[in-house]
Design a protein around this ligand. Sequence first.
Ligand SMILES: [Zn+2]
Length: 593
Amino acid sequence: MRTTLAALACLFAAACSGASSTTGPKTLAPAPARTSAGASSAATASATASSTAAAPRSAAEQEAQAFVKSLVDIVRPLQVEANRAWFQASVTGTDEDFAKSTAAENAVLRFYSDPARFAQVKALRAETGIADPLLRRELEVLYLEMLGKQVEPALLEQITALGSEVEQAFNTYRGKVDGREVSQNEINEILRTSTDSKALREAWAAQKGVGALVAPKLKRLVALRNEVAHKLGFRDFYAMRIAENELDEDKLLALFTQLDELTREAFVGYKAEVDARLSKRLNVPAAKLMPWHYQNPFFQDPPAVFNTGLDEVYEKQDTLALCRTFYSSIGLEIDDILARSDLYEKKGKSPHAFSSDVDRQGDVRILANIVPGLEWQSTLMHELGHSVYAKYTDQSLPWLLRTEAHALTTEGIAMMFEELAPNPNWAAALGIIDAPTRDKALPEARSFLAFAPLQFSRWTLVMLHFERELYRDPEQNLNKLWWDLVEKYQGLHRPEKRDEPDYASKIHLVVAPVYYQNYMLGQLFASQVQESIAALEKREPLDAIFYKDPQVGEFLRTKIFAPGGRYRWDELTEKATGKPLGPEAFAHRFSKK
Ligand SMILES: [Zn+2]
């Protein structure tokens, strides 16, 4: 039941399909600005026409509209080509296809980094004579996409090269267990299956070993990123990324503080249960459980202590057919998406999963590696969540706005669907388990569906605070800071006398900087949407399974998918759910055990 992981694997891939990737066709791309996944869709030729309404345009508006159209005419084919090339490279894995993909990505990057173009966008963005909200939004999207790229190309290239070097180090790193070299997969396998504390500790330390290897380079990367941010007038790279993501740093911190307060008690309660089960399994007193006892190097995903039996159920099912039946039952048709998709394992193909809106005019497709079972059932439900979002975005919107509102909104929707697969109520509604099996599975499923997001929320608190500090003061004692945060938010014990750069073993700090908050915000968004839908269905959020309820599809289509990038994410959230994004709906799910 590794649903959270499935979501993460996906988001990177989705992000990577966007315009602003600076490392080319890697599976784990650097975090894009908010528009990048968006920039990977496509559009009508009419560009801004639909936004004009009947009002006469001012001279400034006419100028801006013509300018935006001229930019879209250039960047749209470049972006579509980059999306196609990247999908193709992900399917074949050949050097030739990767070279094409990199070249196409670079063409998009060159477009957005052009200083003269940026100066014009910036001037028009400041122009007060432009009233049309869609046109203003288009200018904002362009501005944000270009902003972080307005430094000497040599500096950006240095960052890209160093990032690739570190990523390569991650890919090729082999830790040692029992004197033998082991891959990351082998390490994970030991962590998941061994019950021997010594072996577990060794495997865990082997994973952390990559941290010591890459830490000096990560620090160099942090310095270079800060240099870019300083040149562009930001306090540091963290502040710059947050601004590029259209987030307000103070509000973000306040929201995470509130999240911490609202989830702490529930998390501690569920963790005690997890500890008790692990203690029994490993024959280690609960108070003596150490980070290596939790089956995951970062304690970001639940150990396999919840057993619903659904894994075996899904292994015998047709993964695709269940998705078809479900999505169709809520009025969202996915046959065309699946027909264009590349769904099964093959040699050279990316082992991950993602959804790509290739051309923003209907070519939405998935890359997956389906193996029947709960994991891929969840993953496919997740990817199709992204796909239906893209498919049902208003096709008459201007090209630049025919995207999701924000990475967090599409990720939230995808996670909301993903969570249905491990829900026995959903499985029973689809007729794959009978009522007694469902009732037997429910208590375990409830615990899992509560603990997994709670645990993940605590982990995102660690990442959020660590990254902010990393860029604010890279020279501080980061080894200590990391464990201070892990103890505070995740409730794990720091290994005695440990003084190693364990933070650096988290690849996201390198390849997806200042991005983690989006996962958590996506969860909060999903909970709020779920609450709104549950109100339609008149059920408690966790009992809402949506099946055969066309109101759900209608709600999502009209309130969230159709508006695309028309509104900023916070405005969309209020319009769709009736309130600003907050942690209450998320926390409410865990308020009664
Ligand atoms: Zn995703």
